[in-house]
Design a protein around this ligand. Structure first.
Ligand SMILES: [Mg+2]
Length: 373
């Protein structure tokens, strides 16, 4: 028996994946897509009586990928050697490809494995990963192009004046960049609502052309815009670089990165001032840490994309972290489904140093009505 009281290494006994579709509170759109619901795919990995939980925001089909493709690779294998489990998953999907639903599924499993390991060792996840700070800065994110003036003001007011979050991001690039005048009006309104001392960010979700993005950024010069996310498609690395060279705000992208090659290319081409990484897409906590190292080697910080509660512990353990995205839709879902969600007051998240794993407990009865798979 070892110091944990185990006769042998804990094994993965079972893996379960479920999908939940939750309607948005209002119709939502960014520069290039609109939606009225969000699907969360939740993965639970069990070892004995200990359960690790991970999730991703992706298609319900991810649950079938977990059940059919990944679970057979995991069941009966060691729960502590996450590197080995991750490697097995990535190698097994060679012919299917790691992009899309498969990458989301691997990510959710990896996040669940890290939570499981921390709970087996009775450690908060950020302590297992190796904390470099106690708290993580966040920015309020939403500001959908479908919002009325009143809705936008209400949301910004809530983050900045009620919760004291000193950074706020709105969506621009409305309808594939066909309404830059309204984009600029909304940026001006946002600056007025949040005041002069709060950082103003904008995300065009790839809605503009290169020169159009430069014109909008220049027209917004007096608004002190600090962050311009995906001014053009994140596939257009030359275009990101061109915009980056021409405007003052930091140009950022990376939310669709599925592997290290993607992040290396984005850094190497000088496309971004800050690399965005989404652990629920890129390959979980395992690949987030490697992506952070790629960015660090290029002298860049990283920012966590969406899903704040699945990122907060690894963000605490990431030296070159700028901040996490406190995204309206995901905050709403995470609060509805879990006990133990964090308070954003003051613009930082502080994971509970006394709670094992990710510190969250799923409220199954609250999630069940939204279950689709
Ligand atoms: Mg974005």
């Amino acid at each position: 028996m070892n110091s944990q009281g185990w006769d042998r290494d804990p094994m993965i006994d079972d893996v379960e994946a479920r999908a939940y579709t939750i309607p948005t509170d209002e119709p939502e759109a960014d520069g290039t897509i609109s939606w009225d619901s969000t699907t969360m795919v939740l993965v639970r990995v069990r070892s004995g009586s200990t359960i690790g939980t991970g999730w991703t925001y992706g298609a319900a089909e991810c649950a079938a990928v977990v059940a059919d493709t990944l679970t057979p690779l995991l069941r009966g294998r060691g729960a502590l050697d996450i590197g080995g489990r991750f490697d097995d998953m990535v190698k097994a999907v060679r012919n299917s490809g790691r992009q899309g639903a498969i990458g989301y599924a691997i990510s959710a499993v990896d996040i669940a494995l890290w939570d499981l390991k921390a709970r087996l060792l009775d450690l908060p996840l950020h302590r297992l990963l190796g904390a470099v700070r106690d708290t993580v800065p966040i920015y309020g994110s939403g500001g959908f192009t479908t919002y009325s003036e009143h809705q936008l003001a209400d949301q910004l007011d809530g983050w900045v004046h009620e919760q004291g979050i000193p950074r706020a991001k709105i969506k621009i690039g409305e309808s594939w960049g066909t309404n830059p005048a309204r984009d600029l009006d909304r940026l001006r309104q946002a600056r007025t609502v949040i005041g002069d001392d709060v950082e103003l960010y904008a995300d065009a979700n790839g809605g503009y052309t290169r020169k159009q993005a430069i014109r909008v950024a220049r027209a917004a010069e007096e608004l002190d815009l600090l962050w311009l996310e995906e001014p053009v498609s994140s596939d257009d690395l030359d275009g990101l670089r061109e915009v980056r060279d021409a405007v003052d705000p930091d140009v950022t992208a990376g939310e669709y990165g599925f592997d290290l090659t993607y992040f290396r290319r984005m850094c190497q081409t000088g496309a971004v001032d800050c690399l965005q990484v989404d652990a629920s897409r890129c390959g979980g906590i395992t690949e987030w840490m490697r992506a952070a190292a790629v960015a660090a080697a290029h002298g860049l910080e990283i920012s966590g994309h969406c899903g704040p509660h699945l990122h907060v512990h690894v963000a605490v353990a990431t030296p070159n972290l700028r901040h996490l995205e406190w995204f309206h839709d995901h905050v709403r879902i995470e609060r509805r489904f879990f006990d133990g969600t964090l308070d954003p007051t003051g613009g930082v998240l502080r994971p509970d140093p006394g709670a094992a794993g990710n510190g969250l407990v799923l409220r199954e009865s609250d999630a069940e009505p939204f279950r689709v798979a």
